[in-house]
Design a protein around this ligand. Structure first.
Ligand code: CA
Length: 713
């Protein structure tokens, strides 16, 4: 038995005995045996990766160092696992951090499918498909992704796209219990985030703030699934009473005549954290609906608890403290980015801190015992606020730059944020945080005539990204050119950049750092990149042919260190990939890729075949008024996912100006009967009438006819 193997087994045997008091003989290890004791002492068994961020402090950093700067050049493929579900091969985004414990990897993919695979070979042990209702694809702003599972005391927990918290057996993948977490099934709620375990409970949030929902998290007993408590992140109409005391407090920070129809937003879909010593659950909340405060809460106000970090007592569901990163949020400045805990020396004092790099572009260090702001500095170019006031903890908003009510404004960061959901990592050895940053500006414009529109987006702020189209170019005059995707090493104590590595891609992935002095990141262009932790020097670049947005993880088995990552392009960028992205060249077939020293080449996925000819649309009498109406409907309901027409459309979402004859034949059944809902194309019977569908079809036939005629020339 090697020393490493021995180290693996000792805590397991202790754990096994601990589970079975009075038992004389050691029992075989129970699959998925993670508990609080074991997670808190994760550094004693660094070969495991036991939570989304490895340990309870969620640093996305590993002490493993067999793969290091000297030998990483030989890193290659150990195994691959191809994602399948009952819908066939998965071509949607994969965003989860897998969990590895005792030789088994547990993870989740698109459509909330969960799997357990042998971490040494990639062989599937079991697969659990919750068969989510395909109609929920339309309720998801940003693809049918799932950001991971939690494994706890022999059970695996997942939140499904259609709103269930499901507990399955870690040994078999058999469903043990499921809870319906949605308060309103008509509203556009979805779940894409991972659950969090805290004090014997499983906590789950949801998403949907772009469409108009009211955010909340719910807690259930981890063992039985019994509902425990619910914490709303924004108040509802006070006329209906307050669900819990914090709602009375929050309602005082908004206009009593607020618009309640859109729910207010504040959804929780990011990575939470839990400190068992303080017994505090840390939760980041999302953006507002609608974005403009002048529609939502006309008299203004902070609108708690939008874009905030909340510390909640998991036993009672009561708020212990809160810190709002963006009071009166109106720019999609979500604060659901991953929360990292650390103990560090700041100004000569040992502090228990919490770090977050939310969308608003400031890097925050808070005292996690009480929510006090320690420091906040911009980690990307920021113009919506000049600074964060240290005394009040509030941003000093630059109204001239940021208030877009009366005229369009060029604002950075934009809605994707200075940092979005792909997790950053913190390396306690170098003392650096590695942040996948986005340097991008957007022109924000007010949309007139606000009225909540059920069944579709409710942002009411038009957002035009850089690079700006010619008719918007004047907005960018005098501002620096954006750099887009830049990996940054950030010194949190000094609040300053140490190195940067710009890398092309529409969205690059989350980050892993290791004590091998390495930083790992995937790119949407299909690379796994490895950098030196102190210099940022690119040490290794492995081409996979699959866009990577998820964060890599690492583990050790039988003395061999592995780095694994879920590869599958998608998320918010699913609908508008660029020419440089892997999905433009290869089919976006989701995989788990595991690497080791001396490994092989990564097999490339099948080449993406795009029809370069448009087939003849069906002969049909077209009426100009119907075409006009269809165009408006297309803009309202279709372009969100299907985008524009013609060349330059690299997405796996079909281009509706080149529909196949069978799609035309099924057109009405697809839209009104959900004929393809199983594949992610929802039915729209709640918002479109048969006449609307006819108008839409005429519009699309007219576009396809033009393309067909041009092609003949
Ligand atoms: Ca958002």
């Amino acid at each position: 038995m090697t020393i490493d193997r021995f180290r693996t087994l000792v805590p397991l045997l202790i754990a096994a005995f601990g589970l079975l008091p009075g038992c004389q003989n050691p029992r075989p290890v129970v699959p998925g045996s993670i508990d609080e004791k074991r997670l808190v002492r994760a550094d004693e068994e660094p070969q495991q990766w036991m939570s989304l961020g490895r340990n309870f402090i969620q640093q996305h950093h590993s002490p493993l160092k067999k793969i290091d700067t000297a030998n990483v050049a030989t890193l290659g493929l150990a195994w691959e696992y191809n994602f399948l579900n009952s819908r066939g091969k998965v071509n949607r985004g994969l965003e989860a951090s897998p969990i590895v414990v005792d030789g088994v990897m547990y993870t989740s993919g698109a459509w909330s499918v969960v799997m357990a695979v042998d971490a040494k070979t990639g062989a599937e042990i079991w697969r659990y498909d919750p068969n989510v209702d395909g109609r929920y694809a339309r309720k998801a702003c940003c693809d049918v992704v799932n950001r991971g599972v939690q494994v706890w005391q022999g059970k695996v927990y997942v939140g499904t796209l259609d709103g269930y918290l499901v507990c399955v057996d870690a040994a078999t993948g058999k469903e043990i219990w499921r809870a319906d977490t949605f308060t309103d099934r008509k509203a556009f709620y979805t779940i894409t985030g991972a659950p969090q375990i805290a004090a014997g409970k499983v906590i789950i949030g949801n998403a949907g703030a772009e469409f108009g929902v009211r955010g909340y998290i719910s807690a259930y007993d981890a063992e039985t699934g019994k509902f425990s408590w619910r914490f709303y992140t924004v108040p509802g109409d006070p006329a209906n009473g307050y669900e819990h005391p914090e709602m009375e407090m929050a309602s005082k920070t908004g206009d009593p005549k607020s618009d309640w129809s859109a729910g207010g937003g504040g959804t929780v879909w990011g990575q939470m954290a839990y400190d068992p010593e303080l017994n505090l659950l840390y939760v980041g909340t999302g953006n507002a609906t609608p974005y403009p405060i002048w529609y939502r809460s006309p008299a203004g106000g902070d609108n708690l608890f939008l874009a905030s970090i909340l510390a909640i007592d998991p036993d009672t569901g009561r708020l212990k403290w809160h810190y709002q990163t963006t009071p009166g949020e109106m720019w999609d400045f979500t604060a659901t980015m991953n929360i990292v805990l650390a103990d560090m020396k700041i100004n000569g004092q040992n502090r228990k801190v919490l770090m977050q790099a939310p969308k608003n572009g400031f890097f925050y260090i808070l005292d996690r015992t009480n929510g006090e702001l320690i420091s906040a500095k911009p980690f990307v170019p920021v113009n919506w606020a000049d600074s964060v006031d240290h005394k009040t903890g509030r941003p000093v908003v630059n109204m001239a730059n940021a208030w877009y009510k009366d005229s369009g404004k060029y604002i950075f960061p934009g809605p994707p944020g200075g940092h979005s959901w792909p997790p950053m990592s913190f390396n306690p050895t170098t003392g650096l945080v590695y942040i996948p940053t986005i340097d991008m500006a957007f022109v924000y414009e007010n949309e007139d005539n606000y009225k909540f529109r059920p069944g579709r987006d409710n942002m009411f702020a038009r957002q035009t990204p850089t690079p700006l189209p010619p008719d918007y170019a004047h907005y960018g005059k005098g501002w620096p050119e954006p750099e887009y995707e830049v990996l940054k090493a950030w010194d949190p104590v000094k609040q300053k950049e140490v190195w940067r590595m710009p890398f092309p891609g529409t969205q690059n992935g989350g980050v892993l750092s290791t004590d091998g002095h390495l930083v790992f990141q995937g790119s949407s262009t299909g690379y796994l990149l490895v950098m030196n932790a102190t210099t940022g020097q690119l040490l290794k670049k492995i081409y996979t042919g699959t866009g990577i947005v998820a964060p890599p993880i690492t583990y050790e088995l039988e003395g061999e260190q592995y780095v694994a990552v879920m590869a599958g392009y998608g998320g918010a960028v699913l609908f508008f990939p660029g020419e440089q992205d892997a999905v433009a060249k290869y089919r976006n077939e989701g995989r788990i890729l595991a690497f080791k020293l001396g490994g092989g080449e990564v097999p490339l996925p099948p080449v993406q075949k795009r029809a370069d000819t448009v087939s003849a649309p069906p002969a049909k009498a077209l009426h100009p008024k119907q075409i006009e109406k269809g165009m408006l409907l297309y803009r309202s309901y279709c372009s969100f996912c299907h985008g524009g027409f013609g060349s330059g459309h690299y997405s796996e979402v079909p281009d509706l100006s080149a529909m196949a004859p069978v799609t035309h034949e099924w057109f009405s059944d697809i839209l009104l009967k959900g004929k393809l809902s199983y594949y992610g194309m929802s039915d729209f019977s709640d918002v479109l009438s048969p006449d609307d569908v006819e108008a839409l079809h005429q519009f699309l036939i007219s576009v396809q006819s033009k393309r067909y005629q041009q092609q003949k020339k």
